[in-house]
Design a protein around this ligand. Structure first.
Ligand code: ADE
Length: 233
């Protein structure tokens, strides 16, 4: 069972985490997702979550007091916790990192807004023996906050937990799939289903041939072509 806690000032933003594959994984008790309002978790009377930046500059910075209170309330000293701080300044999220996270027991997502979270939050928890702190970005663009980024990471991570996908073979040949001997960096070959002719467009003949060797060869060549084309963009 992977326990996931998300802390946000917009908990309603995270409602889709109950749906589809993630909803089913929670029903099957492979996953538990808990959403916390940062303001409810703060111990200070004003429930203030942000303040002006030291050194000046535009925007507001999220308070380490609020975040520390919130994180402490949902962790125990005797468990290993992966604390993921969403920030465009973080390490770029990949399938490899998703696989790493899928083996965790407890992940906390700190979904910051404004100009981000006071830098000491990451520093403080990184110094604790039972915490692993990850500053993660989902891409080179700036979102309004970490909520959507957290959902992206949860969706990519949860489907790698054994039992979450109905058919585990789905993981084998998809884009970026990671094989036992390392990383297979190819993107997936194109897929087709019925009808064989749609609006004048034919499914490639080889896929109708029933020749599994030829089909495998064609798919590999297509995956290599697509990967090459992406690389030259
Ligand atoms: N918060 C704002 N932009 C982000 C990004 N690209 N990735 C993760 N968290 C973010």
């Amino acid at each position: 069972m992977l326990q996931i806690d998300l802390i946000s000032i917009f908990p309603e933003y995270l409602a889709p985490l109950k749906l589809s594959l993630l909803g089913k994984a929670q029903d099957k008790q492979l996953l538990s997702i808990n959403i916390h309002d940062l303001r409810d978790q703060t111990a200070d009377v004003h429930h203030s979550v942000d303040d002006t930046p030291y050194g000046g500059g535009a925007g507001m910075v999220m308070s380490p007091v609020a975040w520390g209170d919130a994180i402490d309330q949902i962790t125990k000293d005797d468990e290993i916790v992966d604390l993921i701080i969403l920030t465009p300044a973080g390490r770029k999220f990949t399938q490899k990192i998703a696989l790493e996270f899928s083996k965790s027991k407890h992940i906390i997502f700190a979904c910051g807004r404004y100009e981000g979270i006071d830098a000491r939050v990451g520093q403080y928890y990184a110094d604790k023996a039972n915490f692993r702190v990850h500053e993660i970005s989902i891409g080179d663009y700036v979102l309004g906050g970490g909520e959507v980024a957290a959902m992206v990471i949860i969706e990519a991570t949860a489907r790698l937990i054994p039992g979450v996908l109905g058919n585990p073979d789905s993981l084998k040949e998809e884009s970026h799939s990671i094989t036992g001997d390392g990383e297979d960096l190819l993107v997936e070959y194109p897929n087709y289903t019925k009808p064989a002719n749609w609006r004048g467009l034919e499914v490639p003949q080889v896929l109708l041939s029933g020749n599994h060797g030829e089909i495998a060869k064609w798919r590999k060549a297509q995956a290599e072509r697509r990967t090459r084309e992406l690389g030259s963009e």
